[in-house]
Design a protein around this ligand. Sequence first.
Ligand SMILES: Cc1cc2nc3c(=O)[nH]c(=O)nc-3n(C[C@H](O)[C@H](O)[C@H](O)COP(=O)(O)OP(=O)(O)OC[C@H]3O[C@@H](n4cnc5c(N)ncnc54)[C@H](O)[C@@H]3O)c2cc1C
Length: 447
Amino acid sequence: MENTLHIVGGGMAGSEAAWQAANMGVRVIIHEMRPQVETFAHRTGNLAEMVCSNSFRSDDDEQNAVGLLHWEMRAANGLIMQMAQRHRLPAGGALAVDRDPFSESVTQALLAHPNISVEPGEITELPSDGHWIIATGPLTSSALGAAIQRETGAERLAFFDAIAPIVYADTVNMDVAWLQSRYDKGETEAEQKAYLNCPMTKDQYEAFIDALLAADKTEFHEGETAGYFDGCLPIEVMAERGRETLRHGPMKPVGLTNAHTPENKPYAVVQLRRDNALGTLYNIVGFQTKMKYGAQTEVFKMIPGLENASFARLGGIHRNTFLNSPTLLDDQMRLKSRPNIRFAGQVTGVEGYVESAAMGLLAGRLAAAEILGKPLPTAPQDTAMGALIHHITGGAEAKTFQPMNVNFGLFRPVDGLKGGRRGRKDRYKAYTDRAKEEFNQWLEAQI
Ligand SMILES: Cc1cc2nc3c(=O)[nH]c(=O)nc-3n(C[C@H](O)[C@H](O)[C@H](O)COP(=O)(O)OP(=O)(O)OC[C@H]3O[C@@H](n4cnc5c(N)ncnc54)[C@H](O)[C@@H]3O)c2cc1C
């Protein structure tokens, strides 16, 4: 097998992957379809173009999981972070950048690298030999999308995400909510208590429907067809179809008994389903939405038991091509059915510029190490990069897999620390301290 690494897609992930692999001494070819083939969101032919916001979010590496990912990428000599720093704009604690100079300087750095070349053009088939990383992002071209589906099965590559909001389990008020599966279904106690249930009276339900109907919503981008499939209608659209629709759909109260007041039959029930193996995250079942983020927090906090909930991520419906990574990829990010191909970036089911670049960094290093004959273990699970890769290739529920951004709910607990809101500051500091130490050890082992 030839020793060149081919990277399809020069976005956040592909650019970072190329930089890392080239710095390890591997020859890299980036195949980028823009500007010959355009997407509805990109405006230029630059590599690493920011398609929407100009922010890499929080830069706090002690109390924020995204900030920790910044720290890890800087420690690994990441190109995206270097250029973001160079073109940084004042934005309080966030890392915002001047977008065009940022992507121009990423492009120039890659073109100037002696081990990297860029071959313009769309890749439309999955290659059968050679070393490849596919980093074609949320707007993967349709021809390549179809080729991926032929390999994986149509149901394992989605073209939209319909994300229900995800809540930190320890912020749910268990004096109001209770654990129970509908009709106590399941063989084991864990299965019979797989859901968190939040009850509503008639008045609470009516007020909730009013708030849903009145909330601010976002529209689809131009060129991004709505194409709701029936299984994932936004809740506010369901509410528009009739005030009782939700009560007969995701909020139906049947088969559930309020453990706190068994004599009171709830009028409606909001169910939350476990979202990760650790049991730290729960998603609100059937609550995909196009409400604006501010409106979502206001409306969802009206749900009894979620008055003080913190959200690991809010809901949304977007054009987004992504794999069912928990079933398709190994922890080296290789396609199990064709291990010469890795995937990286948003197409693996992470969400956001930072997460995508981080997955590119990891894939670039793993691929280069394999080409050089010195295979590398994937990032340790207690680092931010490791928590993400562990989630998408193993920890996440495969059946309900939806894209994920980095958050502390993906981290294993540190023993002996207080839970809940009060202990949060110490807990987050402990997570970030542990992650930095382990990330440094992982990097040192590569020297
Ligand atoms: C409309 C929209 C708005 C978004 N807003 C934000 C935001 O505000 N903040 C945020 O953090 N994230 C946002 N995202 C998500 C964002 O796209 C990702 O976080 C990030 O860009 C993903 O990086 P990536 O490298 O995986 O994909 P991209 O950066 O999209 O890079 C993929 C590259 O692959 C190329 N490509 C695709 N198919 C082929 C092919 N067959 N052959 C060759 N090249 C190909 C594309 O041209 C592109 O350059 C948004 C996404 C969309 C669609």
